[in-house]
Design a protein around this ligand. Structure first.
Ligand SMILES: Nc1ncnc2c1ncn2[C@@H]1O[C@H](COP(=O)(O)OP(=O)(O)OP(=O)(O)O)[C@@H](O)[C@H]1O
Ligand SMILES: [Mg+2]
Length: 313
């Protein structure tokens, strides 16, 4: 059946009402075309370069400020902060408490809006949250009345996937964080570390291009923390998402990231950016190496020997 070129597929369906065999074939062709388009979209996402041109930034903070109204004036949580994060990059953010790390992350997540400047993802200003950005909060935010699986599936509600696919993805992510035996448990039956892993599974399940993580391993015991770091790196190496990772732990930042952004407080700003020239895959031996210690000391120094805080305007 030939269709006038100006007629949309929906109009064509309305016209015939009944689904003809030709139409079914045309739908199959459309599906194939859709798959090809998806594939070429995938291909344009790769290859991922470690030092892309600035205009290829996945996340771009441009002169971003965030002021909070306080009694008698405004508190500047972020002051004209600029930072570009390339596609597929792993960037860690460290800095003293209150320097604006969570603010930065929330702005990229679209959960907060800048008072000045703009935040771009793929060159488009962030206007709100979206399934392209998975967020793991500093405080694991689980619904207490939903099971582990329910919480993870809830994170998939924006994806419009069929129920069976949502279930498959949720179970895969739950297994990935080692909570397979607790899929039907409610959060109150989980330890702090397990709750945090559930929050991680929720972010992984959405399979976002960007992962925004705020102290995601803060509540974990030392061993689980190291395992979670390794797991995150393994996933990142395989899937090359863009990761913005906030942590207090300088060792963790150096172990995971390609660049460590050191922030300063009052007002919140970028103090220094330290490149991490350590090879990948990162291993336990590397953690104990002299090269690792050198980078860690450099970051440590930048965090803990900042110039004295200036009084806030
Ligand atoms: N709603 C608000 N009203 C006033 N001040 C705020 C508000 N939200 C955040 N702030 C202030 O902005 C600053 C940055 O907060 P933010 O939570 O981003 O810090 P942080 O670097 O994540 O700290 P931490 O390491 O303790 O988590 C802090 O001094 C905080 O008190
Ligand atoms: Mg914070």
């Amino acid at each position: 059946m030939t269709r006038p070129p100006y007629e949309t597929r929906d109009e064509s369906r309305d016209r015939t009402r009944e689904k003809t065999r030709e139409e079914t074939r045309e739908e199959a062709r459309e599906e194939t075309r859709e798959e090809t388009r998806d594939k070429s979209r995938e291909e344009t996402r790769a290859p991922l370069t470690r030092t892309p041109a600035p205009d290829r930034a996945k996340i771009s903070f441009r002169e971003v400020s965030r002021h909070h109204p306080v009694k008698g004036g405004a508190f500047t949580a972020l002051d004209r902060l600029s930072l570009d994060i390339a596609e597929g990059e792993f960037v860690a953010v460290v800095g003293p408490s209150g320097c604006g790390k969570s603010t930065l992350l929330n702005l990229a997540a679209g959960l907060d809006a800048p008072s000045g400047g703009e935040v771009l993802v793929d060159g488009v200003p962030v206007r709100g949250p979206g399934p392209d950005r998975g967020v793991v909060f500093q405080q694991y935010a689980l619904f207490p009345w939903l099971t582990v699986r329910g919480n993870v599936e809830f994170g998939l509600r924006l994806t419009r996937l069929p129920a069976a696919e949502r279930r498959r993805r949720a179970d895969h992510a739950i297994a990935l964080v080692g909570l397979g035996d607790f899929a039907d448990a409610l959060p109150r039956a989980l330890s702090g570390g397990m709750k945090q892993r559930c929050a991680l599974a929720r972010a992984y399940a959405v399979d976002p291009a960007v992962l925004l993580m705020d102290e995601p391993f803060g509540a974990l015991d030392a061993l689980t923390r190291v395992r979670s770091q390794e797991q995150l790196l393994a996933t990142w190496t395989r899937e090359r998402r863009t990761v913005l990772f906030v942590t207090h732990d300088v060792d963790e930042a150096v172990y995971l990231a390609g660049r460590v952004v050191v922030m300063a407080a009052r007002p919140g700003r970028v103090h220094r950016v330290v490149e991490v020239p350590l090879p990948r895959p990162r291993t336990e031996e590397l953690r104990l190496s002299r090269e690792f210690a050198e980078v860690r000391n450099e970051v440590w120094h930048a965090v803990y020997h900042q110039e004295p805080a200036t009084p806030d305007a």
